[in-house]
Design a protein around this ligand. Structure first.
Ligand SMILES: Nc1ncnc2c1ncn2[C@@H]1O[C@H](COP(=O)(O)OP(=O)(O)OP(=O)(O)O)[C@@H](O)[C@H]1O
Ligand SMILES: [Mg+2]
Length: 648
């Protein structure tokens, strides 16, 4: 099943990211939070600085106060100690001879100490340790609070950026042309808005901040190491190239494995989404066994690729540990030699072992964070592809939908959805205000396409569409759509109750108005029968309502939004003859105030139209009223005869 990836659309949409420029395009989403961003970077720098302190403080404690060879600067006069202070480069140190007599010496002269001087010196060491312990605790508390503040701050910033980015994307989505939705599966688009935004945000919060911290830590560690001991510092740094190579190799294999895993996860998601939507077909055609097998394969693929990734990690982590212990061993060996020859102090060695440990952490971190960077770059690229896609035109214009009369004219309209194959060919017709026309034609003739064009959902290649004397392409699309009420072929209901679905969640429309509209199209009858009447909750897709019931709701919706033009695309195709009869009566009434365009397969429903347009393979082939068309003995007459004979 290795080619599953291709079946399920999204999957491995390979994005090769070389262009870091896209990150900077995203900067505008970070900009509103620049203040927070800067504060959080400052906190990170402070926290990195504080992280570096404990080993250094410990080293000072060990070398200055704990080990015997604390060094002092001393002022000696007449073989007497006048004053002294601790200084690691000082010449003097404190010692005693075999008899237990204490003195301070620079190796040659011995200045004996009185009992009180000796006690003072010892207590100085103790109070020094107390001070350092105090500083250590202070540092640790500081690290705690700074990290706390930093995490809260960056998380807040991250959430805000994700929120803004999602909002922005959703607004963009709403403006995309229908063609865009025809060519992008909904699963992919929701991934853009839900997940890709998060990946991008993670880059700005987690990655940028932690990489800055890692780099600062590394630099700090190197500087401190070289400051403490050039010799040990250089020895420690020798291991660096080995680590870098190990990381690069790891990165290479991990990237391959990671990509595979992601692709397989996408396949699982797509498989599930598709099969849950299509569950009734699976059940009705007894496909369970085959689907189980298919899913098992998909699932197994995922297991295998995840295992591969785990193997890469299973090598990387112990390898880094190995290198770490190697580095520590070398340092211990070298340091021990230094201590015996008194070129290196014990505290320095201790600090080195601590710093080597600290040194590995950011390196590992950077290596592992790289995935997130790749992810964020890939996500931004995809998001930008979405943002840059062509949009519908909503030029600013005042609301003049009230002055509409309801005339429609198609002038030599040509349409090809894919820009190649023409679905509508040279369509021309005129509808005057309050006229009632019908469009008929075989399946796929292009009837719905005409309606979609009228609403500005698709762009035509040639010709023009005029509504009330003005090309629809000069309208603000919002105003245009306000003047056309439409019942589309596939009725879609949103989750919410029936009332809200009819008034499309516009709370300014009262319940009474909604009920009136429902009564007008005879939807009232079935709605009252539902468990909660008008307040019955509908789940997205409205699988619990029959197709005819959904059509009635859509019809009520179209009537409620009192428009000058009403378009019905197969609006009564699933409705029983009796209800349909009443609806026809209602439409008669409606057509006295509105232009009504009806698309219907059942010719009996459109007999009364002023005019019938007959479509055939994308062309308008006949035009006239019912009787005229019958006399013509053309396509319409044939269609009518067929239906009439079947009905009798
Ligand atoms: N969004 C689209 N993208 C590409 N092709 C499309 C799209 N919508 C429709 N078509 C194609 O255009 C042709 C006309 O479709 P249209 O929906 O206008 O037919 P119709 O006359 O309404 O048919 P029906 O009576 O079945 O509703 C069909 O061949 C269809 O495959
Ligand atoms: Mg259609």
């Amino acid at each position: 099943m290795s080619n599953n990836s291709n079946i399920y659309g999204e999957v491995e949409e390979k994005v090769k990211v070389e262009d870091w420029g896209i990150i900077f395009r995203l900067w505008k989403f970070v900009k509103p939070y620049l203040g927070l961003f800067i504060i959080s970077i400052i906190l990170i720098l402070i926290s990195a600085g504080l992280d570096l302190l404990p080993p250094f403080l410990t080293k000072v404690a060990i070398d200055n106060y704990i080990s015997n060879d604390t060094k002092y600067d001393a002022v000696i006069e007449d073989n007497k100690l006048i004053s002294y202070e601790i200084n690691s480069d000082g010449k003097y140190y404190f010692t005693h001879d075999e008899d237990g007599a204490f003195f301070i010496t620079d190796g040659t002269t011995k200045i004996p100490l009185t009992k009180s001087e000796e006690e003072e010196l010892q207590s100085k060491d103790l109070s020094g340790i107390t001070t350092i312990t105090f500083y250590l605790i202070l540092t640790l508390i500081g690290i705690f609070f700074i990290n706390y503040g930093q995490v809260i701050l960056t998380s807040f910033m991250g959430l805000k950026i994700t929120h803004d980015l999602r909002m922005f994307l959703f607004k963009k989505l709403l403006k995309k042309r229908m063609r865009f939705f025809d060519t992008n599966p909904s699963g992919r688009l929701s991934t853009r808005v839900a997940n890709d935004t998060q990946n991008i945000t993670e880059f700005f919060t987690n990655v940028i901040t932690s990489i800055i911290k890692d780099v600062v830590l590394l630099a700090g560690i190197i500087v401190i190491m070289l400051y403490l001991s050039i010799e040990l510092g250089v020895v420690s740094l020798l291991i660096l190239p080995v680590i870098v190579v190990a990381i690069l190799v790891f990165r290479y294999f991990d990237r391959i494995a990671y990509r595979k895993v992601r692709a397989k996860v996408a396949v699982i998601n797509a498989f599930l989404a598709e099969h849950i939507s299509g569950i009734s077909v699976i059940k009705l055609f007894n496909q369970e066994k085959r689907k189980k097998k298919e899913f098992d394969e998909v699932n197994n693929d995922h297991l295998k690729s995840t295992m591969e990734q785990m193997k890469v990690f299973a090598i990387f982590r112990p390898l880094m540990d190995l290198l770490y212990y190697l580095a520590v061993t070398v340092i211990l060996w070298y340091g021990a030699k230094g201590i015996t020859s008194s070129t290196i102090e014990f505290g320095v060695l201790y600090a080195f072992v601590s710093y080597i440990d600290m040194f590995f952490r950011p390196l590992k971190d950077i290596a592992e964070k790289y995935d997130i960077v790749q992810n964020a770059l890939a996500s931004s690229e995809k998001v930008f592809k979405l943002i840059d896609e062509d949009e519908e035109n909503y030029n600013e214009e005042k609301d003049d939908s009230k002055d509409r009369k309801g005339s429609v004219e198609f002038k030599n309209v040509w349409l090809a959805y894919d820009n190649k194959n023409f679905i509508l060919k040279d369509i021309s017709f005129k509808v005057s205000p309050k006229e009632k026309i019908a469009i008929v034609g075989e399946t796929g003739a292009g009837k719905t396409s005409i309606i979609s064009i009228l609403n500005g959902l698709y762009k035509i290649q040639k010709g023009d569409v005029i509504v009330d004397g003005k090309s629809i392409y000069d309208y603000n699309l919002k105003q245009l759509r306000k003047s056309i009420g439409i019942v589309i072929q596939d009725v879609f209901l949103f989750s919410g109750n029936i009332i809200d679905n009819i008034r499309l969640f516009d709370k300014s429309i009262s319940r009474e108005e909604v009920v009136q509209a429902a009564k007008y199209v005879y939807a009232d009858y079935f709605i009252e029968r539902l468990s909660d009447g008008y307040d019955t909750e509908i789940i997205e897709g409205a699988a619990t309502l029959s197709a005819g019931e959904r059509q009635l709701i859509a019809l009520a919706r179209a009537v409620l939004f009192n428009t000058k033009i009403l378009v019905l695309d197969e609006a009564t195709s699933n409705i029983d003859s009796q209800t349909e009869y009443y609806i026809q009566k209602a439409l008669e009434r409606i057509s006295q105030t509105k232009t009504v365009i009806t698309i219907a397969h059942r010719l009996s429903t459109i007999k009364s139209s002023n005019r019938i347009l007959v479509m055939h393979k994308g062309k308008l082939v006949e035009e006239g009223n019912h009787l005229e068309l019958l006399e013509k003995k053309g396509i319409y007459a044939d269609l009518y005869k067929l239906q009439y004979e079947n009905e009798v």
